[in-house]
Design a protein around this ligand. Structure first.
Ligand SMILES: [Zn+2]
Length: 393
């Protein structure tokens, strides 16, 4: 069995400049190594009009259930100002035991740890008496529109009758130190635009116009004065945030005809995206009645909220993390969305990866020892998972 060095593999992956939606050799490299480890691999390029074509990779070793799946993405966000990096973003240099590079923490380090951890487990004695499969669901479309990635891969799996029993996403979940946090659920997110319609006119003749900017305060009062809820299970309260107000008006002497308000709501499983939109509409209707100004509401749901409730699985993960780090990880639902929002429809899913403090920043980095530690944690999770769920004899 080939032994994989997770640090060297992280470096090799970073050297593939797979800025979303580019593959840049990252999936080729993984496919090659996984094949050597005995995995069956399938490349899954997907396209859709108006979106970039994206390449993805599914790999599986074993024919029977349970199927334990590691999920992640090889695409990365752009490097930004390369002159501000203390080491070139795609050269993966190690300085004082810290690996610097775009994707080091989000999340090529974790993908390397998936592969090396699986390699360690497969070559260990624990592997032999258990049954089950290990799979990797690796997308190139997480940092992009997330249309031609995980979602379509899951549809493809379903079509061929293949199931995932439990999934672990390798997003960087730890705020500052390894072992601090497992994510076991995520808030939903909805983006919205409200256009308040007035009547354009000359500022000197306001009686011939209707100034929609004067109605903004009333509309916002209705939206922001009532909390959506007081929290739900492990979730904080849902929150509506106004992100922009614009009237596109360059002139001093014009009362603008329209004003547009942009907002986002992060919501807990007390809501669906649809019901949040309805809540917003009801409050806007009250403002309309009070002010006499008509409005238009547009919304796009970018993800529904979910909570992972498989306590057996969560405590297995938590125990493995605690054994390796000495810390009992918090089970959290905080932060932004991830592809776990798609996977949760098909299987219990949790997320655990590296430290996320520098993700998407200049000088994204990860401690070299954290990558090795994560590899050991993943290998231990496989051992315990198959011992527990794989009917070890
Ligand atoms: Zn990520």
């Amino acid at each position: 069995m080939t032994h994989i060095d997770p640090v060297e593999l992280t470096q090799a992956l970073i050297k593939c400049p797979s800025v979303t939606p580019k593959e840049a050799g990252a999936l080729d490299l993984l496919e090659d190594i996984l094949t050597q480890l005995g995995f069956d691999t399938t490349r899954l390029p997907f396209s859709q009009e108006g979106t970039p074509t994206v390449d993805n990779l599914y790999a599986r070793i074993g024919k029977e259930g349970p199927n334990f799946c590691f999920a992640g993405h090889t695409d990365v966000v752009p490097a930004g100002r390369t002159d501000q990096w203390s080491a070139p973003p795609f050269e993966a240099l190690i300085k004082n035991d810290v690996l610097i590079g775009r994707g080091a923490a989000d999340m090529k380090g974790a993908i390397a740890a998936f592969v090396a951890g699986a390699g360690d487990y497969l070559s260990s004695d624990h592997h032999q008496p258990t049954k089950g499969s290990i799979s990797l669901l690796i997308t190139g479309d997480e940092e992009g529109p997330a249309i031609n990635g995980t979602r379509k891969m899951l549809d493809w799996l379903k079509q061929r009758g293949e199931t995932i029993d439990h999934c672990l996403v390798g997003e960087p979940t730890n705020p500052d130190k390894m072992g601090e946090m497992i994510k076991a659920g995520r808030r939903g997110s909805i983006n919205g635009w409200i256009t308040i319609h007035g009547k354009q006119g000359h500022v000197a003749y306001p009686h011939r116009a209707q100034n929609p900017l004067h109605a903004v305060a009333d509309f916002l009062n209705h939206l922001t004065n009532t909390p959506l809820d007081e929290g739900y299970n492990r979730f904080q309260p849902s929150s509506l945030q106004i992100t922009e107000i614009e009237s596109n008006n360059p002139a001093h002497n014009i009362i603008p005809g329209d004003v547009k308000i942009r907002f986002n709501v992060r919501f807990n499983p007390h809501w669906t995206g649809e019901r949040v939109a309805q809540w917003v509409r009801e409050h806007l209707d009250n403002a309309k009645e009070e002010t006499g100004f008509d409005y238009k509401l547009e919304t796009i749901i970018s993800g529904e909220a979910f909570l992972t409730t498989d306590d057996d699985y969560l405590s297995l993960l938590s125990d493995c993390v605690e054994r390796a780090t000495g810390k009992k990880p918090e089970l959290s639902t905080s932060g932004g969305t991830s592809d776990a929002r798609f996977i949760q429809r098909d299987a219990p899913v949790a997320e655990f990866g590296l430290v996320g403090a520098t993700i998407h920043q200049i000088d994204e980095q990860t401690a070299v020892s954290d990558i090795t530690l994560l590899k050991d944690i993943y290998a231990d999770i496989l051992k315990n998972y198959f011992y527990h769920y794989g009917n070890a004899s």
